[in-house]
Design a protein around this ligand. Structure first.
Ligand code: AMP
Length: 497
């Protein structure tokens, strides 16, 4: 059994790789990372049960990039079912491997393969590819000296669903026998187990253990489906709509905690970040301020909030979906304490939707979908509150004095309108009118996604496709794009987005 790792330093990565980790803002390894990385570093073959959102890309990417030897040939191959995932994986590897000088080429179907082959031959160590195009390049003999020593099959069960299994088996015929093979899959249906038996050698299996604790019944749990770029707008809108008295927003990284708290302060909220890099003294000050209501919002990373015990937290917001059911349960458990009711809000993109369903199932959580209120809704609700506030306001002596002055200069109705306008302006409710993906559209996205998967590859070059873009919106398929080169010296224009 590997030991639990609380920091990335403890794995013994090369300094250049660690720099990528720090620069990305990662502080604590996610469960799948601390389980899988030691084995991969040892050179073992591995089967891991994990899906998007759990930190799986770094779980294989960091140790694999740490192991490659920085030659000018391909040493690492990642096979992903869709073009979107290929792009996402390639972005993540670029982010984490750039200080180590790792160059990555993304290969998927559609465009002329000339450029892709050319980029690979210019000295990339990592290729991220979809099965169709990769098989075309291999079987036509256009990839010379293609002998990756580490091969990663990402989302293997998706490959099966999309009818790529035969292609995958075929691809492995072209790969060197002496290699390290890693397989990531959210589920393990029989054909995937059978495939694992063929392509892996004495593999270790890792799986993040499900949460035993289930969520507290006093917590009302909601989720909002939004596009990736709408996270800040959604948080601000929910604050305007719900007016939480005391809340914690969870982020994945310290950088994000800092950015978000700065943004909230700029918008006039009493917010502060809380993360593991802060000195003990300033952490204690922030917690004290939060407990004594000098601060309304704490923007915290999981580690920093570990064990945080504040009794009257009204809302917990998950800015991103947490890595696993345990952290979900832990995060939302910061509210609904001491017999009080609490609200837990999770923002998810259509891409993260599946992971949310998994968390729901494992944590036994009842999380309901809600729609982000429109600007109009919030304004209307606030007008209602304003009406009762005005009706219930106690008269102030200064007001009487100012009225005497104003009455001589302006008609009373005009005066009332102006005074109300000032109050409304103070509420400062802004942002786009509507935010998020409504249930009907989400349903359509999910249905289209299912329908678009060919059950057999049916001769289509370039593989199957998903309509999800990385940002959760609608995109093209695996057939439509070209290749990308991600490297230190050259970064070509991305032609897929
Ligand atoms: P993945 O499951 O690979 O799609 O990763 C989901 C997201 O989590 C990506 O945006 C990663 O950059 C981010 N991520 C991965 N590992 C960590 C970590 N240890 N700490 C913070 N963020 C992470």
């Amino acid at each position: 059994m590997p030991t639990q790792h609380d920091s990335f330093e403890s794995f013994g990565f090369k300094p250049q790789i660690l720099r990528g980790v720090t620069d990305a803002g990662f502080v604590t390894p996610s469960p799948i990372q601390s389980e899988a990385m030691p084995y991969i570093l040892e050179g073992r073959d591995l089967i891991a049960q994990a899906q998007t959102g759990t930190g799986k890309t770094a779980a294989f990417g960091l140790p694999a990039m740490n192991r490659i030897e920085q030659t000018d040939r391909v040493e690492m191959l990642v096979i992903t079912p869709t073009r979107e995932l290929a792009t996402q994986v390639s972005d993540e590897l670029f982010k984490l491997g750039r200080f180590a000088g790792v160059k990555t080429v993304t290969v998927y179907g559609g465009q002329s393969s000339y450029r892709q082959v050319d980029l690979i031959s210019r000295g990339a160590q990592v290729v991220v590819a979809t099965p169709g195009r990769l098989l075309d390049l291999l079987s036509s003999g256009r990839l010379k000296n293609f002998e990756p020593t580490i091969v990663i099959l990402d989302e293997a069960d998706e490959m099966l669903d999309m009818g790529f299994l035969d292609d995958i088996k075929e691809i492995f015929k072209f790969l060197p026998k002496e290699r390290q093979t890693l397989m990531f899959s959210a589920t393990m249906p029989a054909p995937i187990k059978e495939l694992a038996g063929r392509i892996l050698r004495d593999p270790v299996s890792v799986k993040v253990t499900p949460a035993e604790e289930t969520a507290n019944k006093d917590i009302f749990q909601q989720y909002y489906v939004i596009e990736e770029h709408e996270r800040d707008d959604a948080i601000l809108r929910l604050f305007d709509a719900e007016e939480p008295s005391k809340s914690i927003i969870f982020t994945r990284t310290k950088k994000e905690a800092e950015r978000l708290s700065t943004m909230l302060i700029a918008k006039g909220y009493g917010a502060k970040g809380l993360h593991g890099d802060m000195e003990q003294k300033s952490r204690e000050e922030v917690i004290k301020g939060f407990k004594s209501n000098q601060l309304d919002i704490l923007v915290a990373t999981d580690v920093a909030a570990r064990g945080l015990d504040v009794k009257d937290v009204s809302h917990v917001f998950n800015y991103h979906i947490p890595f696993d059911p345990e952290s979900y349960v832990h995060r939302i458990g910061r509210t609904g304490r001491a017999g009080k009711k609490g609200i837990a809000v999770t923002l998810v993109t259509p891409l993260e939707y599946k992971e949310l369903q998994r968390i729901k199932k494992i944590a036994g959580a009842d999380i309901r979908q809600e729609s982000v209120p429109t600007l109009g809704d919030v304004k209307k609700a606030h007008s209602g509150k304003l009406v009762s506030a005005v009706l219930n306001a106690r008269l102030n002596d200064d007001a009487q004095r100012i009225l005497t002055v104003l009455e001589e200069q302006i008609d009373v109705q005009q005066l009332a309108l102006k005074a109300l306008s000032l109050l409304i302006e103070k509420q400062n409710i802004t942002g786009p009118d509507s935010i998020g993906v409504n249930p009907q559209r989400l349903e359509k996205l999910l249905n289209d996604h299912r329908r678009d998967r060919p059950s057999k590859r049916g001769g289509a070059k370039g593989g199957g496709y998903s309509k999800f873009k990385r940002n959760g919106g609608f995109g093209g398929g695996d057939r439509g794009g070209g290749g990308n080169y991600r490297g230190n010296r050259t970064r070509s224009r991305r032609d897929d987005r």
